[in-house]
Write a protein that binds this ligand. Structure first.
Ligand SMILES: [Mn+2]
Length: 288
């Protein structure tokens, strides 16, 4: 069993659980995101426990890495149901759930589990791709479709870092009132933190596709696209959101290990930083 970081806190004492979801059966281009969770956990062993920027050691919140959610070969629907049930179990036990994908299709059951356990919230979706296709390659369970389905479910949606969507998706986003902050505008005008915070409700679920980052810093993804965000921009965005909002849950998806260890370290560090931000906001950690 792998820990997140150096210490595996016993389940009962852990405030944060890390849920590996190595599901990548919906990928349309390069498969491999099934190996993402394990790669992040392995890289997390090499992290420095103390984060200079935050003035805390996020591991002190108590982090427990769970066993990976199994998937049902040949059935996206059954696989998604297992993901939903597993997340719901830990949410009902009062844990803050950090899910590691896997492909982006997993956000759909994860978000539904969070709503079932915790009530309503808005979604902050950080990604290169809008993922608003009604279906992709004949499947509504595709990794290109989860946010279309979540819009149908009525979730308010804020998308940041986007640089790929088709005309129909753009029309849908406008029609449904999606707050869209494309990457090109961020590069020209800077990170629109006030506007992002204004578009989100008080309670937020964060779903981050690692391909939101520029491929120069994050080359290990299934569908890399140039023109992405810097590591610093993503951290600043997360920092602002955690400070101003109640973050109810988060997932980090689409890391597809391809032998470039710096990408895996980047992914692990970002997840660890986000856990620290949650710990500070929740009062589980005190700087100093
Ligand atoms: Mn993407």
């Amino acid at each position: 069993m792998l820990a997140f970081g150096e210490v595996q806190t016993p389940y009962e004492e852990a405030r944060v659980v890390v849920l590996p979801v190595p599901y990548d059966l919906s990928l349309s281009f390069l498969p491999g995101a099934r190996r993402g969770p394990e790669a992040i956990l392995l890289a997390s062993r090499e992290l420095e426990p103390f984060l200079l920027e935050l003035g805390v050691a996020p591991e002190e919140v108590g982090i427990h890495a769970l066993s990976p959610v199994p998937f049902v070969a040949g059935s996206a629907e059954a696989s998604h149901r297992l993901i939903y049930e597993e997340a719901l179990r830990h949410l009902r036990a009062g844990k803050f759930v950090v899910s590691l994908g896997g492909d982006h299709s997993i956000v759909h059951p994860l978000v539904l589990a969070h709503r079932e356990a915790l009530g309503e919230f808005s979604i902050l979706h950080i990604d290169a791709h809008a993922d608003l296709y009604p279906e992709w390659q004949g499947s509504v369970y595709s990794h290109a479709s989860p946010f279309y389905r979540l819009l149908q479910e009525g979730f308010p949606l804020v998308q940041v870092g986007i640089r790929a969507m088709d005309r129909d998706s753009l029309n849908l986003a406008r029609e449904k009132g999606v707050a869209l902050f494309p990457a090109h505008r961020i590069h020209r005008e800077g990170l629109p933190l006030e506007a992002v915070l204004g578009a989100l409700g008080d309670r937020v679920y964060i779903s981050l596709d690692f391909d939101a980052l520029d491929p120069s810093v994050m080359p290990s993804v299934g569908t890399p696209l140039p023109g992405g965000l810097s590591y610093r921009q993503v951290v600043d965005l997360l920092e602002a959101v955690f400070r101003a909002k109640e973050v109810v849950g988060m997932d980090f998806v689409e890391l597809s290990p391809n032998g470039q260890f710096h990408a895996e370290m980047t992914a692990a560090q970002l997840v660890y930083h986000a856990i620290g931000l949650k710990g500070l906001k929740a009062g589980w950690l005190r700087p100093g």
